[in-house]
Design a binder for this molecule. Structure first.
Ligand SMILES: Cc1ncc(COP(=O)(O)O)c(C=O)c1O
Length: 359
């Protein structure tokens, strides 16, 4: 597909871009451009363009407003020390996007077209990619744009990619985060949309997140919906448990999002000789293992924050500390290994480094 390039009428002056990119708060500043591709039943995917970022004009009867047919992705472009700009495993996001779309009865975008769209935006807004520890957060998304009321899949969709320069997700001075165990609210049920990256999943976790904040915690972590027993994931991150013998446990795929970071960590840990079990781990066992010191580290992971050590856990009626409450050695080692690959500082033996521009 050919992307039409629509010139920006008044791009941000370079000095202003530099200032905006210097220390951005996550998700608060957006770049000049966006990519848009439309879909309808007659033409399929068509009218691909890179244009000035701006509002959509939508009919109030648009299906997305009523039936929440919307899916999205989150990925990052990194500026390497030698000036190259790279994505991390973008085809994994593309494939997951297609699966999310399928689950929500939406048309699937070919992974190659998805990656080409993301690359187009990175090239258009290359000046917005921060250096140092920052990165350009990319948000591909798709929504039902057909105006109608009624219970059926829409017949028109808009795919779009926007970008936002990003610094540290939890603030650079943070060593660990704290978790609130949500026992009142579930994130996903068997047969539901837990494994899809759709907006509705996130709307459903916001009340738990608000509760977490009221309890002085950074994030909420969810248990399975059927028994409220098995640990699943955070509202926007997967979770790993590190045991004293150096082995790790992470909840199995099914109702959780198949994180690209999660998958990378499993590979890196196994590559380094660690045993990683993808299996169910109960909240009760978590409490016991933390109490008797069998559990030494816990970390959450995802594209936005990469890896965040967990220091404290709270729940209705109690709480506990993981190890010393500080980020541990396994968390640090995996973080530095992953970041080295993402930023092209380590040879890319696994084919995860996807160069977009050479400077
Ligand atoms: C619910 C949920 N779990 C896990 C993740 C981590 O996924 P990834 O590592 O692909 O960013 C995310 C972020 O996308 C998420 O929203």
């Amino acid at each position: 597909m050919i992307f039409k390039s629509v010139p920006h009428p008044s791009p941000t002056p370079p000095a202003r871009v530099k200032a905006l990119v210097a220390a951005p708060k996550f998700g608060s500043v957006f770049t000049d451009h966006m990519v848009v591709i439309r879909w309808n039943e007659e033409q399929g995917w068509h009218d691909a363009q890179v244009c000035a970022r701006g509002p959509f004009s939508l009919d109030p009867a648009c299906a997305v407003f009523h039936y929440a047919q919307e899916v999205f992705e989150g990925m990052k472009a990194y500026r390497c020390d030698d000036g190259r700009i790279a994505l991390f495993r973008p085809f994994e996001n593309a494939r997951r996007f297609a699966l999310s779309a399928q689950r929500l009865a939406m048309p699937q975008l070919d992974p190659a077209m998805f990656v080409a769209a993301v690359e187009m935006l990175v090239r258009a807004d290359v000046a917005w990619v921060p250096d140092g520890k920052g990165s350009l957060y990319l948000r591909p998304f798709m929504f039902a744009s057909e105006a109608f009321l009624g219970m059926r899949a829409a017949r028109e969709y808009i795919f779009c990619v926007i970008a936002s320069p990003a610094g540290a997700y939890f603030g650079s001075e943070r060593d660990t985060i704290s978790l609130w165990v949500s026992k009142e609210y579930s994130r996903a049920a068997k047969g539901g949309t837990g494994a899809a990256k759709c907006g509705g999943n996130y709307a459903g976790t916001l009340l738990a997140l608000r509760q977490a904040a009221a309890e002085g915690c950074d994030q909420a972590i969810f248990l399975d919906a059927a028994e409220q027993k098995w640990v699943e994931e955070l509202g926007g991150m997967n979770v790993f448990f590190v045991m004293r013998d150096g082995s790790m446990i992470t909840p199995p795929l099914g109702a959780i999002l198949a994180g690209v970071t999660r998958d990378a960590i499993i590979s890196l840990a196994r590559d380094g000789g660690m045993s990683v079990e993808e299996r169910r781990y109960s909240f009760e066992q978590w409490c016991c293992d933390a109490e008797d010191g069998h559990l030494t580290e816990v970390f959450a992971c995802g594209t936005a924050a990469v890896i965040a050590g967990v220091g404290k856990v709270r729940f209705c009626g109690g709480g506990f500390t993981i190890g010393s409450g500080r980020s541990g050695a396994v968390t640090a080692a995996l973080t530095s290994r992953l970041e080295a690959i993402q930023r092209g500082r380590e040879p890319d033996r696994l084919g995860w480094f996807h160069e977009v521009t050479s400077q």
